[in-house]
Every structure is written in C-alpha cells, then in structure tokens.
Design a protein around this ligand. Structure first.
Ligand code: GTP
Ligand code: SPV
Ligand code: MN
Length: 647
C-alpha cells in the first residue's frame, strides 16, 4: 500500500474518531485488502470515507465484480490501464504521436442517447413540464423511483461478474474550490477511467480533501452485457438495446447502463455537471450551463464571455479561436460547461468544472482550429476517428494535412479511399479526449478557485435561414426569452437524424435536470440577485446564401463579432434597434480585409420569417411547457409579435 496515500489519509481524517481511526490502524497490519470479500487489487481503501465506502459496498453487492480497483490517478495506474486496454483490443497506440491512442467503439454505441436518458423524481412535474393533451413531451424523460429501482435491478444485478469495478473519486472544478463538487464514479470500463482522468481531476488529490461530511454525487456505470450474453465486439462491450441513463436529483445519484461512449459514460460531464448540477444550482442559487468560457483581450483590456450553443455547434471552436484581427487575444477557460454564480459584489463568476476537452474531431484542422490541432497530438484518446498508415489519425477536414500517399483506414477498420469512398472516414461524432492544460491558449485563470468574471453571455445555433449574424437582447426578460426560444439544426452528437430545425432552449434541452418552466423562472430571478447583469447576444455563424454556402466565414473571423460585443460592453453607440433586438449599425462591424461578404444578406430581417418563428416558439411554449411557462415568456411573445407586425 503506498506510503503517501496512507499519510494523507491520516492527516485528513485526524478529526475522525472511533471506527475510522481503527480502520487506519488495522490497515497498517495489512488487513482490509478486501471489500465485501472481494479483493482490492489496486489502491488504498482507507482513502475512502465511511460514506463513500458504504456506497461502494452497496454497489459491490449489486454488481458482484471480481475485483476492486480504487483509482489513485497516478501515472503508473494510467499506464497499466492503457496496457490492459491494448491487450483487450479496445485501444491501439498511435506511434506517430506521443502517448496517443485510438479507440473504436461498437458501431451501435457512438453518441449520447437522449431517448434513453431519464430524470427520476417522485412527481413527474418536478422533472419535466406537462405537455398539452396528445402532445409528446420533448423536454426530457421522466421515470418514477420504483421503475428506476426495477430497471436498475434488472440491469445491474451481477453485471460486473468477471470484471473489475473501478472506484473513481473525482472533482468537478479545481480541487478544493468553493465552487467545485465531488463525485464517486464506479465503472467496469478501463476506457472510462482513462478518459475520466483526462476530463476531470481524479484520485489522491480528491480523496485527500474529503472527510465524512464531504458530500459527493453517486455515479454508477456499467457498459453492461446484452441479455443473451452475446458480446458483438468484445473490445467494446456495451448493451445498446437496454441502455439507460438515469438521474435521481434528490439523492444526487446517477446510474448509467449499456454505453461506454461520451456523455453516456463519462458521468462527470452531462450527467453530473449539467443534469444533477442544474438541480443543485437551482437549490443553491447559481447556474450550471452548457457553455464555453473564453477570455478576450483588446487594447490590454480583458473580458470574459460565456456562450451556449447546442452540441456540435461550435463551442470548442469559439473557445479556442485564433482571432484574424490584429490586436486581439483569445484565451480558453472551458469549451463545454460553465458553473456560474454571482459573488458578494454582484459580479457573475464562472468556473469550468472540467479538466479536459471531449471535442468533435471532424472539421478540426489547422485552418479552422489550429489551437485544437496543437493541443491534441499528445496524451490524447481519439475515439472513432480514421487511422493513417503512418500511425496517425485522419478525419473529414484533414484533407490538406495528410499526404495523398498515406493509406487510410476508416473508423470501422475498413480501407478507405479519399476519391472513391462514399462514407465518411471518421464517424461524424468522433472525438478527441485531451487535457485542457495542454491547450496553448489556456487562460492563466482557468483554475482560479473563485472563477472568472463574466461580462457577456451568447446564445447561438445552426440557423441556415432568417437569423442574423448577431443581435443583442433588449433587456433581461428578452434575454431569457432568447435562450428559451433557441433553435438549431440537428447534429450527430445524439441520435437525431437529418437536418431538421429543433428547439433547443439554452442549448440545454438534453441536459435539464428539472422542469424547464422552473428553470426559466430561475433564470428570470437572476435580475433580483444583482444590478450588474451580463449583456446577452444571439449569434449565428451558419446562415446560408441562395447558393447553399455559408454567408459568414466563421472560425477566426468570428472575432469581428466578438469585437462588436466588446464595443457594446463599453456602451458604444453602435447598435440599431430592430423588432427582434439590437443589430450592428452600418460600418460598426469591422469587416476590414474581408472580401465578398454579403452583409445585407447576413443581417436581412424578413417579417414573414420572424412571424413564423415567433409563432413556432409560442406554439412550442404552449404545447411543451404549458402551465409551467412563466408569464414573462408569454409577454415576450406578445411584444415581439406586435413589433414584428410593424416591420
Ligand atoms: P459539443 O462538444 O458537441 O458540445 O460541440 P461544440 O459546440 O463544441 O462544437 P465544435 O466547436 O466542436 O464544432 C462542431 C462542428 O461545427 C465542427 O465540425 C466545426 O468545424 C463546425 N464549426 C465550428 N465553428 C464554426 C464556424 O464558425 N463556422 C462554421 N461554418 N462551422 C463551424
Ligand atoms: C455534447 O453532446 O454536447 C458533448 C458530447 O459535449 S458528450 O460528452 O457525448 O455529451
Ligand atoms: Mn457539449
């Protein structure tokens, strides 16, 4: 048993009397290498507080693993797990880079499954709004606690037979920050452990600061075994037929079965930081949001901006952008999730609860996101990207980065040819899992325990028609309406098919942990918490022209839009009132050096489109949120309709 861990646990538990100190003493004599009779093959059980230990013991009884491994987060542990994963064929080394790995999943397990994700509360109305008669709700799924217990029992009883149960203590947010929260994930996937080690802070650093008063979110995960026992791809065990991702906010508990991929299995991310997180945030008076956080410096003055875009709509890219305009610097605090609260001075402050990036690979290139490209080629796990004959990776968008003579194997392991293959080389939701600390523009304050001050909030999505490049909210109620009425084209990040425009309020539709109507009320209440609300904007990089091409070059050029936002934060008189909000006055958006921009098309406001848009939003509110809708939202619809009528 490692010396250090033992010393640390003695320090942190010095105040714990009785039962606990007895454990410590006994461990010196080499006892307690077992939990519930199961051997602990790695790690020190004494680092677990009695509460954690009793949670682990409960789940051992349920899952019946062969061995227990308590994660310490060390390099030694990590390299032994990677060796094991290689032996099992789950990952292979990518010798072109330093400590990089490629995982191929079962093709039936490649994205989040929203239809199998549930919030479990006593009353249905706590979890989701009540849709009107005959309408299927689309703001989350509810399950009763008794159905949850039944589903868990069916799936988890004995599910870890012949497998190792890994116990991962992890912190969402800098360890010890007053804004951070702790979780304990139990999983039977070494791939998940290796990924959680990148995405969160795990192991000794976390157990060191825990005592028996420390609250933690309980996260149980198994990749599962199909009911007939047949594992289609032993290197990627999963049970897609019976996959279920369950959340019990009242008990701070997550239970996920059947999938090893992304948000389904890295439980710190969407399950904890957003679904459970939003319920904790509601109780404690703060916000857990699907937002990137970036710092932008212009003429020596630095501001921080948070931005909510739906999955696969550009958060990672904006968070790491390389501004094309001279004199600007963008730095990255986080690319996916923000935990935000007003401090005692009424200043909104945000932390990134994560420790890594789980970013979309396709579309990432030295021209679109050179910062991501200089982040991901060391210490990274790639999943479902294509592989090159020289031991590297390939995906759509890397055409200019890989020599034509190099042979490519697609994400399914089949030979793939640039000219003749009709399917993509990489899965559209293939991803890199990479340490945030490696990002060359990681913000110096990214781990600041008090968080960074937020001056502006952006909403955005993929809107090929009608929605201008940028507009600003008129006031806070309108800002909340903007978030609530967010819509975007479906992407590959979940199971939705085709290019339909979906409602995705606050880019949180798949991630609400409680009734969306109450969530809106919570956002509206921010107005009473401070006199210093951030300004709110809606951006759309994805408007298309008649030729079907994007009207806006996007990526690094988006700094021009951020520049206009900064002017607004400085109260510059550069905005023009329109019925839908404020847009840039002529010439106030810096287009210097850009050629062939159809600025009129980018900002054209079509009365007919906006009438339909507001009608669609109003219908959505009525049908989906019904009596849970705050009256302010209905009022915003009325105001907008009137203004649009006068267009
Ligand atoms: P999640 O990790 O799923 O939450 O996604 P995300 O919001 O971080 O999206 P990401 O930045 O990974 O971008 C997803 C896709 O959108 C990639 O293929 C990008 O190349 C593309 N994209 C991002 N920004 C822009 C932009 O400004 N313009 C255009 N045209 N495409 C963009
Ligand atoms: C998203 O879908 O918004 C993601 C990817 O960030 S996942 O971790 O799979 O949720
Ligand atoms: Mn995301």
């Amino acid at each position: 048993m490692p010396d250090i861990a033992e010393k640390d646990s003695e320090i942190s538990y010095a105040s714990e009397a009785g039962r606990f100190s007895k454990h410590l003493k006994q461990s010196h004599f080499g006892l307690f290498h077992h939990l519930r009779g199961i051997s602990v093959v790695h790690g020190d059980i004494n680092v677990l507080t009695p509460k954690v230990r009793s949670y682990v013991e409960d789940k051992i009884d349920l899952c019946q693993p062969e061995k227990i491994h308590i994660c310490d987060g060390t390099d030694y542990e990590n390299s032994s797990l990677l060796t094991l994963l290689q032996k099992e064929g789950t990952i292979k080394a990518l010798p072109k880079y330093e400590n990089c790995w490629l995982a191929r999943t079962n093709p039936a397990d490649t994205a989040r499954v929203e239809s199998k994700t549930f919030i479990c509360t006593e009353k249905k109305s706590e979890a989701i709004p009540t849709p009107s008669e005959g309408v299927k709700g689309s703001l989350g799924n509810w399950m009763s606690p008794s159905d949850m217990n039944k589903a868990v029992k069916e799936r988890f009883t004995g599910c870890m037979k012949n497998r190792t149960m890994y116990v991962i203590p992890f912190s969402m947010g800098p360890v010890g920050s007053p804004l951070s929260k702790i979780g304990i994930q139990l999983t039977d996937s070494a791939y998940v452990v290796a990924s959680m080690r990148i995405m969160t802070r795990i192991g000794q650093a976390v157990t060191k600061i825990m005592n028996n008063e420390t609250e933690f979110v309980k996260c149980l995960h198994s990749v599962g075994t199909p009911a007939d026992g047949k594992m289609e791809m032993p290197s990627w065990p999963c049970d897609p037929e019976r996959t279920l991702i369950l959340h019990k906010p009242q008990a701070n508990e997550i239970v996920s079965y059947g999938s090893g991929y992304g948000g389904n299995s890295l439980l710190g991310k969407k399950c904890f930081a957003l679904r459970i997180g939003s319920t904790i945030a509601k109780r404690e008076g703060w916000l857990a949001e699907h937002m990137l956080i970036l710092g932008i410096t212009k003429n020596g003055k630095k501001r921080y901006i948070a931005a909510a875009f739906p999955s696969a709509c550009g958060k990672t890219n904006l968070a790491m952008m390389t501004p094309t305009l001279p004199g600007y610097k963008v730095e990255c605090v986080g690319d996916d999730i923000a935990w935000m609260r007003f401090d005692e001075n009424g200043q909104l402050r945000a932390i990134n609860p994560e420790h890594g990036f789980f970013g979309v690979a396709p579309g990432t290139s030295n021209s679109s996101n050179p910062i991501a490209m200089s982040t991901v080629f060391k210490n990274t796990i790639f999943t479902n990207v294509a592989e090159t004959s020289d031991g590297g990776v390939y995906w759509e968008g890397m055409e200019n980065e890989v020599d034509e003579s190099v042979k490519i194997t697609d994400w399914l392991g089949k030979p793939w040819d640039r000219k003749t293959s009709k399917t993509p080389a990489a899965h559209p939701n293939s991803r890199f899992c990479t340490p945030a600390s490696q990002c060359p523009i990681i913000d110096p304050q990214w781990e600041s325990p008090e968080g960074v001050p937020i001056s502006a909030i952006l909403f955005g999505g993929r809107r090929p028609v009608g929605v201008p490049l940028i507009h600003e909210a008129k006031n806070w109620k309108h800002a909340v309406f903007m978030g609530a009425s967010l819509r975007s084209e479906a992407t590959a990040a979940a199971e939705h098919k085709g290019k339909v425009i979906m409602h995705d309020p606050f880019a949180m539709r798949p991630f609400f942990g409680y009734n969306f109507g109450q969530y809106l009320q919570h956002w509206l209440s921010m107005e009473t918490r401070t006199s210093n609300l951030p300004k709110v904007f809606l951006v759309n990089w994805f408007r298309k022209g008649g030729d079907g091409k994007f009207l806006w070059p996007g990526f690094g050029e988006n700094c021009r839009v951020l520049d206009w936002i900064l002017k607004r934060l400085d109260n510059e008189d550069c905005a023009l009132k329109t019925p839908i909000g404020l847009i840039p006055k002529k010439e106030s958006l810096n287009l210097e050096g850009l050629k062939d921009i159809d600025i009129d098309a980018l900002f054209k406001l079509d009365a007919e489109f906006w009438k339909q848009e507001i009608n669609a939003v109003e219908k959505y509110f009525e049908e989906q949120v019904g009596k849970d809708l705050p009256s302010e939202m209905k009022e915003q619809c009325e105001i907008l309709k009137k203004e649009i009528d006068s267009m």
